[in-house]
Design a protein around this ligand. Structure first.
Ligand SMILES: [Mg+2]
Length: 168
């Protein structure tokens, strides 16, 4: 190659070609956090990644995710009637939300794994299985009793969280 020639950059991969491109599965939140931190550092984007900026970016991505479902009405689980391309797009927007959430947590110094596990435990206290089953049974057998069951659930939730502020 002569000095006057410059190598053309490789063409950007097409969206279809990137399907499953990473070949990686089962990443932990910690690994995602590190990948996002490296991604930002390599591009000198740390200066833009303030908590507020990341939160607004996250909200924007939630909007893009919502747009996919907008006007479709209720859709069945597994999205059996969706085109493969739609599902690919859905995966991209879900990922955008997750990645900004992980990055925001990191920048705020929150251990998202620990926080999420703690929240599940708090929710288990707030919504005990026995009470939830009782509520569902009452709704199934007698729709008129649903308001009573709802009140009981609310009472349980109130007593469970009165000492800890662990509400959803
Ligand atoms: Mg997006």
């Amino acid at each position: 190659m002569s000095n006057t020639q410059t190598a053309a950059p490789p063409p950007a991969p097409k969206r279809e070609e990137m399907k499953g491109a990473s070949g990686q599965g089962g990443l932990t939140l910690e690994e995602l956090k590190e990948k996002m931190a490296n991604f930002a550092k390599e591009r000198d984007w740390d200066k833009f990644h303030s908590p507020r900026n990341l939160l607004l970016a996250l909200v924007g991505e939630v909007g893009e995710l919502s747009e996919i479902f907008q006007w479709k009405g209720e859709v069945p689980r597994g999205l059996p009637d969706w085109e493969e391309q739609e599902k690919l797009h859905l995966g991209e927007e879900l990922s955008d939300v997750l990645l900004y959430l992980v990055r925001l947590s990191d920048i705020c110094g929150i251990d998202l794994s620990k926080a999420a596990l703690r929240k599940i435990e708090l929710n288990a206290i707030k919504y005990p299985i026995s009470l939830c089953n009782q509520k569902h049974n009452q709704i199934k057998t007698s729709p008129e009793t649903a308001p009573v069951a709802t009140t009981a659930a609310a009472d349980a939730a109130t007593s469970a969280t009165s000492n800890d502020n662990g509400g959803v």
